[in-house]
Design a protein around this ligand. Sequence first.
Ligand SMILES: Nc1nc2c(ncn2[C@@H]2O[C@H](COP(=O)(O)OP(=O)(O)OP(=O)(O)O)[C@@H](O)[C@H]2O)c(=O)[nH]1
Length: 331
Amino acid sequence: MLTTDPRLPVTLLTGFLGSGKTTLLNRILKEAHGQRIAVIENEFGEVGVDNDLLLESEEQIVEMNNGCICCTVRGDLTRILGELVAKRANGTLHFDRVLIETTGLADPGPVAQTFLVEPEVAQAYRLDAILTLVDAKHAMAQLDQHEIAQEQVGFADRLLLTKTDLVSEAEKAALIARLVDINGRAAIYETLQGQGVDLAALLDVNSFSLESVLEREPDFLASGHHHHHNNAISSFAFTTHGEFDPARLDEFFGALVQVYGEDMLRYKGLLAVTGQAHQIILQGVHMLVATNVGRPWAENEARESRIVFIGRNLPRDIFEKGLRQCIGKPW
Ligand SMILES: Nc1nc2c(ncn2[C@@H]2O[C@H](COP(=O)(O)OP(=O)(O)OP(=O)(O)O)[C@@H](O)[C@H]2O)c(=O)[nH]1
């Protein structure tokens, strides 16, 4: 998707241990796509292991080895991104985009937050999308046993299913049903040994920008289909033809994040607001809520609002009731 945003796009690659992140990254770096990519690696333990695996590429690779990305992330990531942009400005580094590979145990939340709250970072970079790899062979057990695996799925803009060569069609279908239950928003792709998925589907997704993904995925959870898995993380959408009263909505979200912020992994909305000719785009990660002005509503367009929430055991009825109380007047 074309964007006029001059900031450098950043893609976050996440996924549980062994899900195939390095395999995919290697393929991306080797492909003749004409993009110059700076890679930030965050690995536990041994220095340089993954660096050695990144073959034959001229991309710039920076490693963060001092612990888990989600613990030290805000400070370290801010510093590294600052250094990269400074080197780019003085001509010592040449790159057009950044790819961050997190460790298999990382929570993508703090990384995403860095782009929303650190002013120096937000000025130079835009988080384009979170890509989460899912190991088709092991994901069911990982999702059962590790909430962080569910969180990684919950945060995703794109889910990339790996190792489908090792499972039956029925196993794959069951896993996909579970992934949709956790995160009904993310498009699902399959990749075998890092191959088979078009780079254009992974880069420039523009998922954190004004042209929200909601517009392109209007049938989010429309089927009302419900699967019964024990997922702590799940998603739901709120849709209304009423217009939101901005003051009430502001107050409601302020209270909502106080109570549930920690469990609100990601939420996105495209809103019709009373007295506002433009669409309002709402983005949130945990307690951080950001709103931006989108495109104007067209003259005959239904001013429908839609908010998607992905989180941990969120009480849907409370959210819906609160949101309904923020509707000013029916359209
Ligand atoms: N059968 C099969 N194996 C795969 C596929 N993709 C990756 N693998 C293998 O899975 C193993 C783990 O892949 P990596 O790319 O190292 O996974 P990772 O997510 O970077 O792993 P960590 O950094 O340890 O979290 C490797 O042996 C890969 O060759 C696939 O589509 N099919």
